[in-house]
Design a protein around this ligand. Sequence first.
Ligand SMILES: [Zn+2]
Length: 108
Amino acid sequence: MAEFYKQKSQKTIPDLVEKWAIKMNLHPTKITFRKTKRRWGSCSSKNELSFTSSLVQLPPQCIEYIIVHELSHIKHKHHQRDFWLHVEKFMPHYRELEKILKDYSPQI
Ligand SMILES: [Zn+2]
């Protein structure tokens, strides 16, 4: 089943990332999917984004939030005030989405 969701994520998430990348003018160099235990996504120093294989199973608004979050890391490689202000600019209700995410685990 995990492989099924990975393929589904690979098929649908990159288009969503592209949509936000254009909107935010922040472009990742690579998008990969892998099984993770605790993190929904990450952004490397080379601006390669990685998402959990099960991402596609989350509520759509949470998927969009994780994408905005990771794309924001292309600009800000930390979780300080500047980073959150940037996330808020594109997703004003991100705190609400963070709360919803607490009910889910990347390990599905
Ligand atoms: Zn982060």
